[in-house]
Design a binder for this molecule. Structure first.
Ligand code: ATP
Length: 214
């Protein structure tokens, strides 16, 4: 897998900048990975709450926010992003549609916008780092961090979000994957995860060295 990712990246080696999107379930450790590489980009997403009334508003706004993140220029050789316009659409919006929170007409409009955006704007991704975690693991982490509003997130919801990520990035049964995918099992302890990130630094950073960030 690691070799395949490196091979696949050879074609893009000549480019000056890379975009890497970190994907995974709620509390799978995305911010922790970003923190490990000392970036401060963090998009707060509130999809897991009951947004029946505000789902269209929220969906449109978050899609716009993700577009802004994709468009953002950086002087660093690698732009690390938490999530992407793709997981927003293929996992979170899809869940809102299938659960009935998002009306069909609203979903159709958001999809039209999504298709137009990715056709007409540069939302290129060079690598997706998928933090693959068990729903039980992230459920426990959510309980441990005790954030307001998260107390009621049921295991079933985390299982559903896990399934959307797996369908998209592993089974590839529903939607196109926009880049190579590096899968990192993310159920280990924090200390072990930092060791794994250090060991996989070159793969995660598309062959770049963390020192080039400083
Ligand atoms: N390997 C780990 N072992 C135990 N706890 C962890 C581990 N990784 C992260 N955590 C803790 O789990 C919580 C979620 O981690 P983090 O914020 O990095 O996840 P996230 O994927 O960014 O979450 P969100 O989807 O809410 O943005 C935090 O309290 C963090 O300290």
């Amino acid at each position: 897998m690691a070799t395949q990712v490196c091979e696949g990246l050879k074609q893009t080696k000549e480019k000056e900048r890379f975009t890497v999107c970190v994907e995974g379930n709620i509390a799978s450790g995305k911010s922790t990975l970003l923190e490990h590489f000392k970036t401060n980009q963090n998009v707060e997403e509130l999809f897991y709450r009951d947004h029946e009334r505000w789902s269209m508003t929220l969906g449109t706004y978050i899609q716009l926010t993700m577009l802004e993140m994709h468009q953002k220029q950086t002087v660093k050789p690698v732009k690390l992003m938490e999530r992407s316009i793709y997981s927003t659409k293929y996992c979170f919006m899809q869940n809102m549609k299938e659960s009935g929170e998002l009306q069909d007409i609203d979903h159709t409009i958001i999809t039209e916008w999504f298709n137009w955006i990715i056709r007409n704007h540069d939302c290129r991704v060079d690598l997706i780092v998928y933090l693959q975690s068990k729903p039980e693991t992230v459920h426990q982490r959510i309980k441990n961090r005790k954030l307001n509003g998260e107390e009621d997130i049921p295991l079933e919801f985390l299982q559903t979000m896990h399934d959307f990520h797996e369908d998209w990035l592993i089974k590839r049964s529903k939607f196109a994957v926009p880049s190579k995918v590096l899968v990192i099992p993310a159920d280990s302890s924090l200390e072990e995860m930092h060791q794994i990130y250090a060991a996989k630094e070159s793969e995660i950073l598309c062959g770049m060295n963390i020192k080039s960030f400083l």
